[in-house]
Every structure is written in structure tokens, then in C-alpha cells.
Design a binder for this molecule. Structure first.
Ligand code: A2P
Length: 336
């Protein structure tokens, strides 16, 4: 059986990866409908060696698609997801727009695949934030085995998480600085090249940024456990692709680094790098891959129940496109 798939935001970074990964994973696509705004309608994208025309989302008849993969921003999802869902297309949405609504499932297939069943509530499934996905792929087996009390996490997030224009801005600023010209910032709040910025998304009233609070809200929803303490600092670094996270866990009991490595060795979606000096980085390991890399596993010398981890993944693939397609795979295998 084949499924007609619409990609909303087909000309964007995540959209292009969605198309590529559908092909790589041999997803049973009947017809592919790349959708974007009037700006790029009429252009083409490549799928299985053929040029496929990009259509204006405003004119699209959603009854033609069984599955819609949305990645064109929150406002665009707010407008089109209910329309698509109403017409029988199951929407898998990459934006944060629907994530915190109680009747919308928020799914990482390695962590809570059973939640996909709740797509029936509104025909919409939400894909979590990129930083949450890689963190929970690594932490789920540890939580199951030993129980996590508290998560302290600091992220090192690449600019691609903010879309194509953000990648272009880092390229542009790098060139401007190398040529001794003044730097222009439009996407980032200040100079991004050769700098790190401790702000992603807007500030909330409690002094955390929205990106940080996404990691809190989404961990509670996906683990189904509001008692876990989550204390994030989200930082943008001048890296193009891949996010890293320094994670400091407080477990419910003392656990050795070897115990944690044994659990991670078996964990779905995890590539463990068990040797201290053989650690993953965004550029050398994660970029272009679909697994979540874990290294620097060690006992916290300052806390009896503490464990430290370094977790790295491709934010556009596992953090967005691959995770959405894995959700679609669960959907067609078990429900459609
Ligand atoms: P378009 O090419 O028409 O602007 P990125 O996250 O890399 O910046 O990509 C954003 C994606 O979302 C692009 O494919 C872009 O298409 C699409 N998009 C942005 N705004 C809209 C809109 N109002 N309607 C439909 N698609 C949109």
C-alpha cells in the first residue's frame, strides 16, 4: 500500500530533508505534493530523480493526501493543519503550535510510540523540539532503569535550527568579519559568528527562554511524569548543523558510569561512544546521521547520585525530519 504525502514548507531546510529522507528510508510514497507559499510555487524539488513541482498551499486540495508533514512555521501550521485534518489528512507537525494541547500526541518513536494512537483525537500529531528529542532518546532507557529525579542541561545548538535564513546569516557574518566589514544581524539578536548567544526564542516571565521551557514542558508530557525536575540553559553556537548537550542527571539511586553505559549500549536510536577520549561532536559525528550519539559518560564527583553525559545529534534529521518520518512509519504500520 502507498500513501500520498504532502510536505508543507518543502523548500525549507527541514522540508528538503523530509523529501530526501522519505526517499532514503523507502517510505511508501504514492504521490508527493511539495507545498510552500506563492513565493516558491512553480519551482521544483527533486524526488527519486524526478523534478516535482512545488504547489501553492493556498490552492491545495487536502483530500488528495493521507499524510501531511508540516514544517513552515507555527503560524502556517495554525492556519492549515486544522483544514488538512478536517479533510482526512493526518498532520505530523514540526512546529511548537500544537505541542502543548493535551489531546495532541507529542511523539518520539523510540520513547513513546504508543502515543501515536491519540492522533484520532484531532488528526494531528506533534513532533517535539529538536533539543528535547535527542535528550529524551538518551534519557528514556536511563529513566526506565534507574529513575531520574532531576535534569540539568546546557545546550550548544547550531544555527540551522532557526532555518535557512539563519544559516545564510552565519555565512554572511563570517565573510563580513573575515573581510573587516561591519556585521549585520537580522535573525540573531546579536553577532552570531565567532560568538555564543544564551538566548533561543523569546523570554518567558520566569527568566527562562521559550526554548528552555519547551524542554521542560515536553519532557513532562513525553515521559508522562511532571515530577522530574528539568533545568535547561539553551545556547546558540556558530555551528551549522547538529546540536550538542551537556546533561547532568540526578538519579533516584547511586549508579555507576558502567551501569549507564550498559543501558545505553542496548538503547534504540543511541550510538554510545564508551571511551572517555573518543567523544562525538556535531561536525565529525552527528551531521547527516539519524542516531543520537552519547559520550563522556561519567560519575559526577560532586553528587552521589549524579551522572554526566554529552549528547549529540543532527537537529534537522533526528531533531526534525527523521523523527517526523519515523512517526509516519508507526502511523502506517499500526493505524492507517
Ligand atoms: P517559501 O519558499 O514559499 O518561503 P526555513 O525553515 O528553512 O526558513 O523554511 C521555511 C519553509 O516554510 C519554506 O519552505 C517556506 O516556503 C515555507 N513557508 C514560509 N511561510 C509560508 C507561508 N505563509 N505559506 C506557506 N509556506 C510558507
Amino acid at each position: 500500500q502507498k500513501y500520498n504525502v504532502a510536505i508543507l514548507g518543502a523548500t525549507g531546510l527541514v522540508g528538503q530533508n523530509l523529501i530526501e529522507i522519505l526517499e532514503q528510508r523507502n517510505f511508501p510514497v504514492g504521490e508527493l505534493f511539495p507545498l510552500a507559499s506563492a513565493r516558491s510555487a512553480g519551482s521544483t524539488v527533486k524526488f527519486k530523480g524526478k523534478d516535482v513541482e512545488v504547489l501553492n498551499v493556498d490552492d491545495f486540495d487536502w483530500t488528495k493526501a493521507q499524510i501531511g508533514l508540516f514544517s513552515a512555521g507555527g503560524d502556517v501550521s495554525a492556519k492549515y493543519a486544522p483544514i488538512a485534518a478536517e479533510q482526512g489528512c493526518v498532520v505530523i507537525d514540526n512546529t511548537s503550535h500544537f505541542r502543548y494541547e493535551p489531546d495532541i500526541p507529542l511523539v518520539i518513536p523510540e520513547v513513546n510510540p504508543q502515543a501515536v494512537a491519540d492522533f484520532r483525537n484531532r488528526n494531528i500529531i506533534a513532533n517535539p523540539n529538536c533539543s528535547t528529542i535527542q535528550m529524551l532518546v538518551a534519557l528514556k532507557p536511563i529513566h526506565d532503569a534507574y529513575g531520574i529525579d532531576r535534569i540539568n542541561v546546557c545546550t550548544y545548538q547550531s544555527v540551522s535550527g532557526a532555518g535557512k535564513s539563519a544559516v545564510d546569516e552565519l555565512v554572511g557574518q563570517t565573510a563580513q568579519l573575515m573581510n573587516g566589514r561591519p556585521v549585520e544581524s537580522k535573525i540573531f539578536p546579536m553577532q552570531m559568528a565567532f560568538n555564543v548567544i544564551p538566548q533561543i526564542d523569546v523570554f518567558e516571565d520566569n527568566g527562562y527562554t521559550k526554548e528552555e521551557m519547551k524542554m521542560v514542558w515536553e519532557t513532562h508530557k513525553i515521559f508522562g511524569d511532571d515530577s522530574i525536575g528539568v533545568n535547561p540553559t539553551a545556547v546558540r553556537v556558530p555551528v551549522f548543523y547538529g546540536h550538542a548537550e551537556a546533561i547532568h542527571l540526578e538519579l533516584r539511586q547511586p549508579v555507576t558510569a558502567d551501569d549507564i553505559k550498559n543501558v545505553l549500549e542496548q538503547a534504540p536510536g543511541v550510538t554510545l561512544m564508551p571511551d572517555d577520549a573518543d567523544y562525538p561532536t556535531q561536525v565529525t559525528h552527528a551531521s547527516g546521521q539519524d542516531t543520537t550519539f552519547v559520550g563522556r559518560v561519567r560519575e559526577d564527583i560532586s553528587h552521589p547520585n549524579g551522572i554526566n553525559l554529552w549528547v549529540v545529534a543532527d537537529n534537522i534529521r533526528k531533531g526534525a525530519a527523521t523523527n517526523s518520518i519515523q512517526i509516519a512509519e508507526v502511523l502506517i504500520a499500526d493505524y492507517l
